[in-house]
Design a protein around this ligand. Structure first.
Ligand code: BEZ
Ligand code: FE
Length: 311
């Protein structure tokens, strides 16, 4: 019997496989999906060639990703945690900031402890609802637009861990909110509230991402920070966080959320404090004008995931 080889039949080897895969995907009608999948395939193949990936290592990777998926629940997003710890979430934030039509406050991670339905409070109110040993502070600043004018009635959502580095969701029933609130700026774009200075904390380490962090001999900590989502009609929503200087992990955040312009500190003598005789944390935010692509929330709101699962 004679075996004939078709003249056009390509020999698939460790190099031609990439072109073969890209050719097959070329039929994708959605241009953005086509671009993303082609680039993903090229980089994935280059990665395997670069490290000369063995079948055992490939299977290890499959097992790891399977465990990451299996760790996910309505309240726990291990894939986002993986993205965070690989620096991908912060990279996506930085790319998002670059697309803004005007300069604004840099984005930072939403993280897993955001709640959309925090209580609406008045300027000067406290977000502390539980007994605490934390250092009370006045958190204040202004929300500006790119013309340098204060943005009135901007929504300022704030949430943070306590003086032990725990969020309410880690300590209490989800129906009990603590250390979170929604405020509205005054006619000059000012906001001010009472809270306590937060402590840094370890990311959730009881899953496969924690195993990865330990295998890499990383410490797993985030420096002390306070989260914000700030928005107003006509402006691009800013999703960010302030980081407290002096924290020992300020330069080695496990999820790469810290950038120099978001670092601030506790000022024990601030004559400009809107609440006299309290140490202050002060920060002014800058909102770029709204653009077509909307908000940059890289992260999950557990309460919303639960709602979707329930419906
Ligand atoms: C946080 O800021 O709460 C956070 C962000 C990313 C991963 C884990 C925690
Ligand atoms: Fe956080």
């Amino acid at each position: 019997m004679t075996v004939t080889t078709e003249a056009h039949m390509r020999a698939i080897d460790e190099n031609t496989i990439t072109e073969a895969a890209l050719e097959q995907m070329a039929s994708t009608p959605n241009p953005r999906l086509k671009q993303i999948m082609a680039a993903l395939t090229r980089h994935l193949h280059n990665f395997a060639r670069e490290v000369d990936l063995t079948p055992e290592e490939w299977l290890e990777g499959i097992k790891f990703l399977t465990a990451v998926g299996q760790k996910c629940t309505a309240y726990r997003q291990e894939f986002i945690l993986l993205s965070d710890t690989l620096g991908l979430s912060s990279l996506v934030n930085a790319l998002h900031d670059r697309r803004a039509t005007e300069a604004g406050t840099k984005s930072s991670l939403v993280g897993p402890f955001y709640r959309q339905d925090s209580p609406t409070l008045k300027l000067g109110d406290t977000i502390v609802t539980k007994p605490t040993n934390g250092q009370e502070v006045c958190l204040y600043g202004r929300v500006f637009n790119s013309a340098g004018r204060g943005v009135p009635n901007a929504t300022v959502q704030v949430w943070q861990p306590d003086e032990t580095g725990n969020y309410d969701l880690q300590k209490h029933d989800p129906s009990e909110m603590d250390l979170r609130g929604t405020f509205h700026t005054d006619a000059d774009g000012r906001f001010y509230l009472r809270t306590i200075a937060p402590l840094g904390y370890m990311i959730p380490m009881d899953g496969p991402v924690g195993d990865m962090i330990r295998a890499q001999k990383r410490h797993g900590y985030r420096p002390a920070h306070i989260h914000f989502i700030i928005g107003a009609p006509g402006y691009r929503e800013v999703v960010t966080a302030l980081y407290l200087q002096g924290d020992e992990h300020i330069d080695s955040d496990t999820v790469f959320g810290v950038t120099a312009s978001l670092v601030t500190g506790v000022n024990s003598k601030d004559p400009a404090s809107p609440i006299p005789n309290l140490p202050t944390i002060k920060f002014d935010f800058h909102l770029p004008a709204a653009a077509a692509y909307g908000s940059g929330r890289v992260g999950a709101d557990p309460s919303q995931i639960v709602k979707k699962v329930a419906s």
